[in-house]
Every structure is written in structure tokens, then in C-alpha cells.
Design a protein around this ligand. Sequence first.
Ligand SMILES: [Zn+2]
Length: 279
Amino acid sequence: MIKNNKNGIEYLTFNNISSLDRIRHAFSTRLGGVSTGIYSSMNLGYTRGDIKENVDENFRRMASVLQCEVSDFITGIQTHTVNVLRVGKEDAGKGVTRPVDYEDIDGLITNEPGIVLTTFYADCVPLFFVDPVNRAIGLSHSGWRGTVNRMGKVTIDAMRENFGTDPSHLICAIGPSICMNCYEVSENVADAFMKEFSGCLLTAGDTLDDHKFLMSKGDDKYLLDLRAANRLIMLEAGVPADNIELPGICTCCNPGYLFSHRASKGQRGNMAGFLGIIP
Ligand SMILES: [Zn+2]
């Protein structure tokens, strides 16, 4: 992952996606926007109580970073589903410059240049997918519900069906999200993962491997590594390990730099992941 600053707008990019031809992408931070208070300052969420004009300006600033228009963005309507929507030029601006006409969409895919897929985060896991062979992209939101329902695989399957994507060609990135030490979950969440991913629980004497991403703390509490789980899902779907970049930064460990739902107890704005094909 790379830290970038353009005219005071601080944003993150991935090494592997940056090396691809005619692809633009970014993950916003809290820094470089105009929102104040708990939204300070780069809040990209219109639904969290912030002033609309401030969010509009924040989107304009991210458009300047991405070298696109605000009317190129298309946003998800995220409700922790594994619903993936194929979008195109006719959807440009939805969620930013005009209303959306869909609901419950946590993943977006396209093969059309110009538009910029946009999804929102504050601890949950952003999944970026680029198919350089068929020039197609996907961007999905994967919290614990999305992860236990294999949002990464669902997105890859949608790209295969729509664009003929071969998973072995995919270049993927797992974006800034909550780390295992910060992500304590209750027994019902842990149970859901143990049921869906046999052998994911790390027990005493185990060595850490790709399949282990859950650890008991006692008292029916567990630590869950959502990034490792999403990486495993990508690997099992056929993405080569070398093609998956990890974030190396935790939202909850860095609450002044990134919005974190946990760290702020829900008093926060939204960051966004952006991914587009350059015309
Ligand atoms: Zn952390």
C-alpha cells in the first residue's frame, strides 16, 4: 500500500493495482476534506447526518485526485448482503449526483470505461478486483456477514459470468480495515465462521496458516481476522497468492487517520474505495 498526498488530500493506493495500465483507484482517509466534528474531514457518506454541501465538496476533491468527474461515481447501497450489481454508463452519478434506483447492493462490477465504482467503509473490508485480460473490475464491501457468505467468491463468480474472468488472472487488493487484535466478536459470530470454514479456529500448539483466522479469548469472546478470511476466500476461488495485496494498516488502530466504527463507537463519517477503467 502507498500513502499519497495531492493538494492536501491524503489517500491510499495499492502497489499491484497502480502498476496496471489504464486503471484508476484510491482509498480515501479522513484527511483533506471540509467536514467537521465527528465527520472531520473527508466524510463521503450522505446518510450519516453530515451537511450535504460538505460531502459534495469532499466528492469533488476525490474526483480531482482520481482525475474524473463527480458524475462518474456510482455507489453501492450497502446493507451487508452479498448482492453484486453490474453497472454501466447509464448508471453514472448514482448515489452522488443523482438518486439510486437499486437497493441492498454491496458489490459493483463493470467493464465500461469512464465510470468509477464507489463503496463505503469504516472497519469493514474493501475488496478490489481487476481483470486485466478482459478489462473488467469489481469492488465489494465485506464485513463479517459478507465474509461468512463469501462476498469475494460471489464477486469473482459474477465477473466470470459477465465478463469471462479467469480468477488466475485477477489482480486483487484487500483495503484498510480492522485488524485481528482490534476485532473482538461474540460467540454467535465465531460460530457462524466455524460452521462455514472448518478448521478456522486457531488452538494452542497450532501454527498459523492460511486457513486459521479465528482465536478464542475465553469468556465466549473471540478475535477474528477478517482480512485473512477474505484472502483465504480469494485463494480458494483461484486467485494466486502473489496477486493479492494486503493493507498493512488498521482502521481501528489509526482513528485519527481513518474512520473506524469501533474506535468511534459509531460516531464517524465514511471513507470510500474507488475503482475505474480509464477511457
Ligand atoms: Zn487494529
